[in-house]
Design a protein. Structure first.
Length: 67
């Protein structure tokens, strides 16, 4: 297994059997991956509420107080 075979990987840390345990990546690549994951979550949340009606501020605050 070579790090070149994995996107973003700078180094692979493997166990005695050769199974990948950890991946070392550049910090800037790490930040980009986090942003992509957050964006994916946001898109999923937007799709989930797509058919819902928007609330007024007062109605939204009232809903939050119920929780």
């Amino acid at each position: 297994m070579k790090a070149e075979n994995y996107p973003f990987a700078k180094e692979l840390i493997v166990d005695t059997e050769g199974h990948i345990q950890k991946v070392i990546i550049d910090f800037n690549d790490y930040q980009r991956l986090l942003e992509a994951i957050e964006d994916e979550g946001l898109i999923g949340a937007m799709i989930e509420v797509k058919e819902e009606s928007p609330l007024t501020l007062d109605a939204a605050l009232a809903e939050l107080e119920k929780e």
